[in-house]
Design a protein around this ligand. Structure first.
Ligand SMILES: *Cc1c(COP(=O)(O)O)cnc(C)c1O
Length: 268
């Protein structure tokens, strides 16, 4: 997941899932597990305190996981500092999975989702921004979709019926994962963990992470299962590359020239 650090982009949802996997391995060291490396790159705007706290927690959770002998090579977590185009050029073609997990209705389009698709990653996404167009191009079998759509989000806004503390108190998996932010499980980030806990529970989880959590866990399990089937995964990867032409910059600029700037261009 490489992009600006912002609450609506929900890097924290990715973190909560990694904490769940950490506990899964600790509880059940002999269970089948598709090894995963989670790579983050993200810059926070200078005054964006919450974003910096998420970066701090990512780094401390990475220290915990990467150095736990009980975790070994099943799970690794990397935060690349100073994310920029020169890093994107390396990370995007190397990735197997493109994490596009913003809250539905928040992302105008996104462009890294297109870059990942074009270089053969499989998209794990909400129905937000251009993820919707990617799904149309590759077909339902070659993308993994999860979470609320924008209508479900708007229904919550209208009916004022979302209560994250209720989910936290009634779902034992979520309870344990969220508590890991504040109970010392992740060393060296007490104040950042408290700030994030408050955003999720005290201030009612503005971006519905807890509502989408189970659906995201299921989607990640589906990704692990698909990846284990090598030829199926390669098929998905090729279908993504082959159907990415819609997002070429030449076509996009041509469309702008005709529809927005109303220029009369010679036919390509
Ligand atoms: C493409 C790109 C972005 C935009 O990423 P989104 O996931 O679309 O928000 C940001 N920074 C860099 C360096 C990029 O290459």
């Amino acid at each position: 997941q490489v992009k600006r650090l912002h609450a609506y982009k929900r890097q924290l949802l990715n973190v909560l899932h990694i904490i769940k996997l950490y506990w899964d391995i600790k509880d059940n060291p002999n269970a089948d597990f598709t090894p995963r490396v989670f790579i983050f790159g993200a810059k926070a705007a200078p005054g964006y305190h919450f974003a910096k706290s998420v970066i701090k927690v990512i780094n401390e959770l990475a220290n915990l996981i990467n150095n736990d002998p009980a975790i070994g090579d099943k799970l690794k977590m990397v935060f690349l500092e100073n994310y920029r185009v020169s890093l994107a050029e390396l990370i995007i073609p190397a990735a197997n999975v493109s994490e596009q997990i913003s809250l539905a209705s928040k992302e105008a389009s996104g462009t890294s989702n297109m870059k990942f698709m074009m270089t053969g990653a499989v998209t794990l996404a909400t129905l937000d921004g251009a993820n919707i167009e990617i799904k149309q191009e590759v077909g339902d079998d070659n993308i993994v979709i999860f979470g609320m759509d924008k209508d479900a989000v708007y229904r919550h806004y209208e009916s004022h019926d979302y209560y994250s503390r209720g989910i936290y108190e009634s779902n034992p998996v979520i309870h344990r994962v969220v508590n890991s932010l504040v109970d010392g499980t992740i060393p060296n980030c007490q104040s950042e963990g408290n700030e994030i806990f408050d955003a999720l529970i005290t201030y009612n989880d503005e971006y519905f992470l807890l509502e989408d959590f189970q659906s995201y866990v299921d989607a990640q399990a589906r990704i692990a299962q698909l990846y284990a089937d090598r030829s199926r995964w390669m098929h998905m990867s090729l279908m993504n590359i082959a159907n990415s032409d819609k997002f070429s910059s030449d076509d996009t600029i041509r469309q702008y020239a005709q529809e927005i700037w109303q220029l009369h261009l010679p036919q390509a």
